[in-house]
Write a protein that binds this ligand. Structure first.
Ligand code: ADP
Ligand code: MG
Length: 405
């Protein structure tokens, strides 16, 4: 981090210039007392000085400001690097959309099962799942007054669905991608569905489909628009089907999307963007997003998402608002600018103060003892404070204050 590097060099400078001063005065024939006094003045000025505090203070300010703006920063260097982000990859479900699915239709495929039976089998499995789709299906079961049967041997098929044994039969609730992979035909009515569709399989036969609708978050529109105005590309990655992904893509005017991707493929896509020299931020909420969150240069989790996503991410959007990604980037940029600004002030100031303290102007009768120096420093600080040079001066004051007491 910038602060650590600055502090390191500051210490090196303080010590070496201090000793150099000492040696130089001895060399030109001054007394040891005089030499030590000059050395001490140099070290006092440089060491606890603003250069070392210029950055940490900005860090402290920006952390508390970020917290007030809904950003929980777990990893500071990721935050400092937020200014470099060139691509933001969003997960769809639960990130760009609300992740609250409502069942909009249930269809029988084999003609032998009615709506209630299809929901019954599906809800038996979904009882054990954390996925937002599961909640939607369970709500529907409740609405229809279905008593949900028990499941055994429950298993999540990562990024594709769930399976288990219900009433002695092997039941699955899966994505279109799973069917394709198994070489099964997708029922005609589900082919160009612009909703999220899951298929209910009993002993490897499709018995029905459930279509679920999710809403795009109100804030997503503005979030994407702002990011694109900042010249940042926005991509979407989703495990959901291609039609719905396209619909969300068109509606939000994204730069592009990848649909029906599995968790490890999300990670691969992030890597692919990185290999094109992009600085990638990944925003997600699900278990399936965790590998990509870890791979991204900046991992951002939605607050309302799963614990694994929050655990893996560098930054958490406490309010679950995708717009806060924009604030994060703007904040990262502003913080960095302020750090550099403070560094310039502090360096410029030291360029003048260190020679003065070392006694370079002794020949002209200008010599300052450490105590007097502090007094001058203090007055300058007050002067600068009223001429409004923000943080840096505050730090200066603080330093002087600590020294006087
Ligand atoms: P996203 O990337 O959009 O967050 P996921 O990777 O979590 O989506 O899920 C991808 C697809 O896998 C879903 O659209 C759904 O078809 C299927 N799926 C995953 N989990 C479940 C579940 N518990 N019940 C039904 N379908 C599921
Ligand atoms: Mg998700």
């Amino acid at each position: 981090m910038l602060a650590d590097r600055a502090a390191f060099w500051l210490t090196v400078i303080a010590l070496s210039v201090g000793f150099l001063t000492f040696a130089a005065w001895l060399f030109v024939g001054q007394s040891i007392t005089f030499a030590i006094e000059r050395m001490a003045t140099v070290m006092v000025i440089t060491c606890p000085h603003a250069l070392g505090l210029a950055i940490p203070l900005v860090v402290a300010m920006s952390t508390s400001l970020s917290a007030k703006n809904g950003l929980l920063i777990k990893n500071r260097s990721a935050f400092e690097n937020a200014r470099k982000i060139s691509v933001v990859v969003f997960d769809k479900t639960g990130t760009l959309t609300e992740g609250k699915f409502g069942v909009s239709s249930v269809k029988s495929t084999d003609g032998n099962h009615d709506e209630k039976e299809i929901i019954k089998f599906a809800s038996a499995l979904e009882k054990s799942s954390e996925h937002p789709i599961a909640r939607g299906i369970l709500e529907k079961a409740q609405e229809l007054g279905i008593s949900v049967p028990d499941v055994s041997d429950f298993e999540a098929i990562k990024g594709k669905g769930v399976q288990g044994i219900v009433d002695g039969q092997n039941v699955k609730v899966v994505s279109p991608g799973y069917l394709k992979e198994m070489g099964m035909d997708i029922p005609d009515h589900a082919k160009d569905e612009q909703l999220t569709v899951v298929f209910i399989l009993k002993d490897e036969n499709i018995i029905g489909t459930i279509s679920l609708a999710d809403k795009i978050r109100e804030d997503s529109y503005e979030a994407i628009q702002k990011l694109r105005e900042l010249g940042i590309k926005c991509w979407m990655l989703t495990g959901d089907n291609n039609q719905i992904a396209k619909k969300v893509n068109d509606e939000l005017k994204l730069d592009g999307y990848f649909a029906e991707v599995l968790p490890h493929e999300k990670l691969e896509k992030v890597k692919e963007l990185q290999s094109k020299n992009e600085y990638v931020a990944m925003t997600g909420d699900g278990v399936n997003d965790a590998p990509a969150l870890a791979q991204a240069d900046v991992g951002i989790a939605i607050g309302s998402g799963t614990d694994i996503a929050a655990e893996t991410a560098d930054i958490i959007l406490v309010e679950s608002n995708p717009k806060d990604v924009t604030s994060l980037i703007l904040f990262g940029r502003a913080t960095y600018k302020k750090m550099i600004q403070n560094l310039v002030w502090a360096t410029g100031y030291n360029l003048f103060a260190i020679p003065l303290a070392a006694g370079v102007f002794y020949k002209w009768g200008i010599i300052i003892s450490p105590a007097v120096y502090l007094l001058i420093l203090w007055k300058t600080a007050i002067f600068l404070y009223f001429t409004a040079i923000p943080y840096y001066v505050f730090v200066e004051l603080l330093t002087v204050y600590c020294y006087m007491w």
